[in-house]
Design a protein around this ligand. Structure first.
Ligand code: AMP
Length: 474
């Protein structure tokens, strides 16, 4: 297929290594360094609650007391939501003033307790805990090297490969951050990690900045988190994004930064803006809410419709629907009630289960749509299940016409950097053209955002948009 690379030196089609890489993980990471005697676990709990949308499968916290003489790291983790894994008793058992936390979501198949994080390890020079969001695409090759060196480990994930590599490097270096640097220099992929030794927190972001990581502060404390919303949730203030490739070291003496891995090339994940991040987060200087609103406006400009109302699919389509309404002048209407206590339909294993989950989660407000020509906005169509279902529900409630507008381009390619995009076989747009999809989901018309419109959404921010254009930056 003909492609138009935006930067010839970096962009390329997926390698064999990428194509064999099947893990899908979406995660949130949080770390805090507070003063002596403070209780970090409560802050980490609050931070993870603010990142719960990034993963609902497992949660975990590791803490350490920097004043303690023994340098122990104490870890607790389990399957389920943050509030299910941590009650007051579990938190009370986590004594320490620095720590890291993790929420994880993987697609079905890898949903096992062994994959819960933090990964905590003891080794010759001490102990460490690691939390990781993203995918290391050459983890398998690094694991083979570990085996060749006689350091055989029955590792189950790329995060564990990473942790083993750091402790084996640590023996040769004078400081843990040096080991982190040497290891991550040879790792490829999209990642945001926080490594914790008993008296240090080290945050690192992949050299292209695919995955987000921010630095925040609160009186007497420094914070690292996947999103700024988590910094706010602990009463903190966003300082800045961790730079792509930067290693930030937090100790009792303050912050140091290592920019040896920083390069000129960047490729920030566009899907964070489209769907994944919380709308009140600011990522790489752009408010997620505003990006979504502008995507809706761009859609209104490029694909207006003759209609009476604009409705968004809760929650992911609401902001873009407002943008569409602002652009076209068609009134924005709340057309659905969403049951917020039902989990995500997206990760159910079968089509039938996904359908049932949509029914349980959403119902139509009949009086809002009966007899109306509706523009229906959502952030994405992946397999088509959600849209098909919702359009049927709108028609049953009396909607006269349903014009679907999607605030992202068609999903054509899988993601290898840690976002759950199924294989091309399951992506409806990879198998069918727009007219066929329109017919299949039962819409009167269907239009998507154009890849060119990303510029209107996020300005000149360099993006990884491989799931839409198949051009993989790593
Ligand atoms: P589908 O029903 O398979 O077409 O999925 C589309 C719906 O899932 C949309 O409402 C999206 O907001 C949501 N969605 C898209 N991508 C993801 C993802 N990676 N994880 C969870 N939900 C998603």
């Amino acid at each position: 297929m003909q492609r138009t690379p935006t930067s010839a030196s970096v962009w390329k089609e997926p390698s064999e290594e990428l194509l064999q890489h099947e893990i899908h993980e979406e995660c949130g990471v949080f770390g805090i360094y507070t003063g002596p005697g403070c209780f970090a676990a409560q802050d980490i709990f609050n931070g993870l609650m603010a990142l719960q949308h990034r993963g609902q499968e497992s949660a975990g916290i590791s803490v350490s007391d920097t004043e303690g003489s023994r340098g122990n790291i104490c870890t607790r983790k389990g399957m389920g939501l943050v509030s299910e894994v941590f009650g007051p008793a579990e938190l009370a058992g986590l004594r320490g003033n620095i720590g890291v936390g993790h929420v994880r979501y993987s697609t079905t198949g890898a949903s096992v307790p062994e994959n819960a994080q933090p990964i905590a390890m003891n080794y010759m020079k001490g102990s460490l805990a690691l939390v990781h969001n993203g995918n290391i695409i050459n983890a398998e090759a690094v694991k083979q090297e570990q085996l060749l060196r006689g350091q055989a480990h029955y590792t189950t994930s790329d995060s564990e490969v990473l942790a083993y590599e750091i402790i084996s490097e640590r023996v040769k270096t004078h400081a843990v951050e040096e080991a982190v640097f040497h290891v991550l220099k040879k790792m490829r992929g999209g990642y945001a990690c926080i490594v914790m030794s008993p008296r240090k927190l080290i945050g690192v972001r992949d050299p292209l900045g695919i995955k987000p990581l921010v630095l925040g502060e609160r009186e007497g404390a420094y914070i690292l988190a996947s999103e700024s919303a988590a910094v706010q949730a602990v009463g903190g203030r966003l300082i800045r994004d961790v730079r792509p490739g930067e290693i930030v070291v937090i100790t009792a003496d303050g912050i140091r930064t290592d920019t040896r891995m920083c390069g000129l090339q960047q490729a920030h994940c566009v899907f964070e803006y489209i769907y994944f991040a919380r709308s009140d987060s600011v990522i790489d200087g752009i408010e997620v809410h505003d990006a979504r609103f502008r995507a809706g406006q761009a859609l209104g400009k490029s694909a207006p419709a003759e209609a009476d109302i604009v409705a968004g699919v809760p929650d992911s389509g609401l902001i873009a629907a407002e943008g569409f309404s602002r652009e076209t002048g068609i009134p924005f209407v709340l057309a659905f009630h969403k049951n917020s206590y039902i989990g995500r339909s997206f990760i159910k294993p079968t089509e039938e289960e996904r359908k049932l989950a949509v029914w349980r989660k959403l119902s139509v407000l009949k009086s809002a749509v009966a007899g109306k020509r509706v523009v229906l906005i959502d952030d994405s169509i992946v397999r088509g299940t959600t849209m098909r279902q919702i359009i049927a529900m709108l028609r049953e409630a009396g909607a006269r016409e349903v014009h679907v507008r999607i605030s992202s381009p068609p999903f054509l390619h899988p993601c290898f950097y840690g976002t759950d995009v199924p294989s091309s076989r399951q992506l409806i747009a990879a198998e069918h053209n727009s007219e066929e999809i329109c017919r299949d989901i039962g819409a009167d018309s269907l239009s998507y955002l154009k890849v060119e419109d990303f510029k209107g959404m996020v300005g000149d921010l360099p993006l990884c948009r491989a799931c839409f254009d198949g051009i993989y930056p790593v």
